[in-house]
Design a protein around this ligand. Structure first.
Ligand SMILES: *Cc1c(COP(=O)(O)O)cnc(C)c1O
Length: 420
């Protein structure tokens, strides 16, 4: 069947969670029409309730000053705890395994302070060759910090391929695991959208004595993560992509329950990780809170946590199962529309929908990629450009519609027809 706008509208009418779009501010063009926002993988849109949550804290600060720590409507002292359970649900973890604190790259370093424990024989770090730059800088600087110049191992796709083959990942761990102290992979990979089997990689790594951590910047709120069951040692993610908490907002951390009482692990400490009963005594030796909370350093930015809370309330109400169901349909729909322009556009993300989230990375194979991207931007599409020839798009199940997807492909198609 040839796809049509009517068909898209019908799919929207049958979408059980279509109304959540109304709960978000959709950016507007100068002509008053909404942008077709396909960039929630980079910065999620603002829930309409976010301002209310932040205003509440501004009001309490205005009226109560320091007393707000105890007497605000939502007291600031335990404020991060209000987020824990809902965040744990989003990533498939137990509450004791999750804390919202700091930002992602900072958390990676804090977690590596505890979980990257190189020895003379086993000191290397395994990452993807196209890991997000910040992650690469972080692990390279950790290696240097510990005095290892040659310790980076990169998983590289085979010649002429873009995705990593699972058997190649497995073989690398099998062959080199005895020298690898830490495996740290992004899931899904930010560039290709490829999802890795967290549980399997963790099991293979553990069998070789490696610590296994994941960067879930593009996974949290996008994938069916069963973090606890994966047995991963740790994970970290940001909340401003799929979790819609605003630019630069505070990130999330997972530390598996089996490390909850690992007080002998070295860690960088601060007062917010200290026993809540005696925190304000200020004289006691550091007595870490069991679980992920014990890794906190500072009292957290409440305005940022308020924005995360607004978003998590929505995630909790919809639930990950409903989101994942729509996500799969919406991305499969996008994929099927793109078949019509497959002469010009090749999807580099995995074809198997179990091996990707909602993001598709589109390689413009007929040339002039950047010009095409600029033209679709002029026509009201917000997407994401990656040199040399890739447009990343992510239809977000919470607020994107089938109509958005249809219009996006129609604009891309028209632009390609004019340009090649
Ligand atoms: C978005 C992203 C980051 C950004 O890190 P910040 O510390 O939040 O600036 C890091 N790593 C990955 C894989 C990302 O996708």
């Amino acid at each position: 069947m040839k796809h049509s706008l009517d068909e898209a509208k019908q799919l929207d009418a049958n979408d059980p969670i279509r109304n959540y779009r109304e709960q978000f501010h959709i950016p507007q063009q100068d002509n008053g029409e909404s942008f077709i926002y396909m960039c929630g993988n980079s910065l999620g849109l603002q829930p309409k309730t976010t301002a209310t949550y932040i205003d509440q804290e501004l009001k309490d600060w205005k009226n109560l000053g320091v007393e707000g720590h105890m007497h605000a409507e939502n007291p600031w002292l335990p404020y991060h705890e209000f987020l824990t359970e809902k965040m744990a649900k989003v990533v498939g973890a137990k509450p004791i395994e999750v804390v919202v604190m700091n930002t992602l790259s900072v958390n990676l370093h804090l977690l590596m302070a505890s979980f990257y424990r190189p020895t003379k024989e086993q000191y290397k770090i395994l990452i993807e060759s196209d890991a997000f730059p910040s992650d690469k800088y972080a692990v390279e600087s950790q290696l240097k910090f510990h005095g290892y110049a040659d310790g980076l191992i990169e998983l590289t796709p085979r010649k002429g391929e873009v995705l990593l083959r699972e058997e190649d990942i497995e073989r690398t761990i099998e062959k080199e695991g005895a020298t690898i102290a830490l495996i740290l992979l992004g899931c899904p990979n930010y560039y290709t959208g490829q999802v890795f089997d967290l549980k399997r990689i963790t099991a293979l790594g553990h069998a070789k004595g490696c610590v296994v951590g994941f960067d879930l910047a593009h996974g949290a709120g996008n994938l069916d993560l069963k973090l606890h069951d994966s047995n991963a040692d740790f994970a970290a993610w940001c909340t401003y992509k799929y979790l819609n908490s605003g630019p630069g907002s505070v990130g999330g951390c997972f530390i598996h329950e089996r490390h909850a009482h690992a007080f002998d692990l070295p860690r960088f400490a601060g007062w917010w990780g200290h026993n809540k009963e005696t925190r304000f005594g200020m004289r006691d030796a550091f007595d870490p809170i069991p679980g992920a909370e014990g890794w906190q350093l500072s009292n957290p930015p409440i305005l940022s946590l308020a924005a995360i809370r607004a978003s998590l309330v929505i995630f909790d109400e919809v639930g990950m199962p409903a989101l994942l169901e729509k996500s799969k349909k919406l991305t499969d729909y996008l994929e099927s529309l793109l078949q019509e322009i497959s002469d010009h556009v090749s999807i580099i993300s995995p074809k198997d929908s179990e091996k990707r989230g909602c993001q598709l990375s589109l390689q413009i194979t007929s040339g002039h990629g950047k010009m095409i991207f600029d033209k679709i931007t002029e026509k009201g599409v917000i997407a994401d450009w990656r040199e040399p020839d890739v447009i990343r798009v992510a239809p977000i199940p919470l607020y994107n519609s089938y109509e958005d997807v249809f219009r996006f492909v129609a604009i891309l198609k028209a632009t390609l027809n004019q340009s090649v």
